[in-house]
Design a protein around this ligand. Structure first.
Ligand code: FMN
Length: 389
């Protein structure tokens, strides 16, 4: 079968450079009265097609920021997605999300490509590599760290990061062992660091105002953008996010370091919970005969060797994450795919794919909700002053 390309062929788009999301740039945005609205990077291919749209969104209160996921993208795929997002972003901010737990060679290559492509920032999650900060500094690209504690925030500040994403317990995908509700995490991170902080994990339109009032420089949303008319994921992937309740959310043990991860409950997550294993299968249907970066075996060694429970057990335990995530995002296979999601899935109002909104419409909703919050706060402040006079 011929390889399926996740994005349209846009190699002909010129290499360019995006404005840099430095600490100073963020401080200037905040001083102007606006805040960041960041689209969280989602691997594998789950955020493709969204980044440029969020970066280009027009907003009263926010500056949109798109994040391209570098996970399991060939060099050509990554360049194409960055250039496509930049072309759509019309001068807006487009960064790259890099998971530190991936194959070390792929990690270094993705960082090099992102720096060569002049992205607005690189954000690192799922593990820590200090090297990336040096590469970013040498390449003139701002760096952001995803943090789940004040200690980590202070460390990243010392290492020269430009901003932080404080990711709380309700986030989607890998969540580690964090049990911090997001408001107290934001408070802790702000107490340990003076870097701008973006609040992430379970944020919906109604609670954006609260996080900004806490002093966050912005918010990061991922799950909400999945349920959008925009974005390349299969309609089945989007459909899996509609009409869900808390019972439809499962916490699985991922093959990535045995971390906890949040996903939509389905036959696959039930089978994992029952102890079934899912060794890797051929990925030629997706990557073509040449394989992923020339790796043609069923296991494309997507993760650092010691961090993959499946590979470390000689495929006797756990599951192949690339197979499972590709089945979800590319094929929309509701039984066999792994559909990472955030807890905010339960607050998505649309019930049918026909009702899905564009990214711009979702941003308009966030704007409206924040305007309401600002008006209520103003009224409250005025009544306090009136009572004091
Ligand atoms: C499908 C999916 C895939 C994700 N993949 C990644 C990833 O590859 N790297 C990462 O740092 N975070 C990843 N995340 C986390 C998001 O970037 C984001 O920070 C978090 O989900 C925000 O919470 P929300 O989804 O409730 O808005 C993923 C989230 C989802 C839902």
């Amino acid at each position: 079968m011929e390889a399926i390309q996740p994005t349209p062929p846009t190699e002909e788009l010129p290499r360019g450079t995006s404005p840099k999301l430095t600490r100073a740039a963020i401080e200037q945005i905040v001083a102007s009265g606006k805040r960041l609205l960041v689209q969280g990077g989602m691997g594998i291919h789950a955020s493709d097609g969204l980044s440029g749209k969020v970066a280009a969104a027009k907003s009263v209160h926010f500056v949109g920021v798109g994040t391209v996921s570098a996970v399991v993208k060939t060099e050509a795929m990554l360049r194409r997605e960055i250039r496509r997002a930049r072309a759509e972003a019309a001068g807006g901010y487009v960064g790259v999300n890099l998971m530190a737990a991936i194959n070390r060679d792929d990690f270094a290559r993705a960082a090099r490509v992102s720096i060569e492509e002049g992205v607005s920032f690189i954000v690192q999650g799922a593990g820590i590599s200090r090297e990336i900060l040096r590469w970013c500094k040498e390449g003139g690209v701002p760096f952001a760290g995803i943090v789940s504690s004040g200690r980590l925030a202070a460390m990243y500040e010392k290492w020269g990061a430009d901003f932080l994403v404080a990711e709380g317990a309700d986030a989607g995908g890998h969540i580690g062992d964090i049990d911090h509700p997001l408001p107290s995490l934001v408070e802790e991170v702000r107490a340990h660091s003076r870097l701008p902080v973006v609040a992430a994990g379970g944020v919906t339109a109604e609670d954006v105002g609260g996080f900004l009032a806490q002093g966050a420089a912005g918010v990061q949303l991922a799950t909400r953008f999945i349920a959008s008319k925009d974005g390349d994921t299969h309609a089945g992937f989007k459909e899996m996010h509609l009409g869900k309740t808390a019972e439809d959310v499962a916490i699985i043990i991922s093959c990535v370091k045995g971390m906890k991860a949040r996903a939509v409950r389905n036959a696959f997550t039930d089978a994992l919970a029952a102890g079934q294993r899912f060794p890797p299968r051929s990925k030629a249907w997706f990557f073509g005969k040449e394989g992923y970066m020339g790796r043609k075996k069923a296991c494309v060694e997507c993760l650092a060797a010691e961090l993959c429970k499946c590979r470390a057990s000689n495929f006797q335990e756990s599951f192949c994450i690339t197979d499972a995530l590709l089945k979800a995002a590319i094929l929309g296979d509701k039984e066999n795919g792994l559909f990472y999601t955030g807890q905010s899935i339960t607050r998505i109002p649309e019930k049918d794919v026909a009702e899905l909104k564009t990214v711009q419409e979702l941003v308009d909703e966030l704007d409206l909700e924040l305007s309401r919050f600002v008006a209520i706060e103003r009224e409250r402040a005025e009544s306090v002053i009136a009572a004091a006079i």
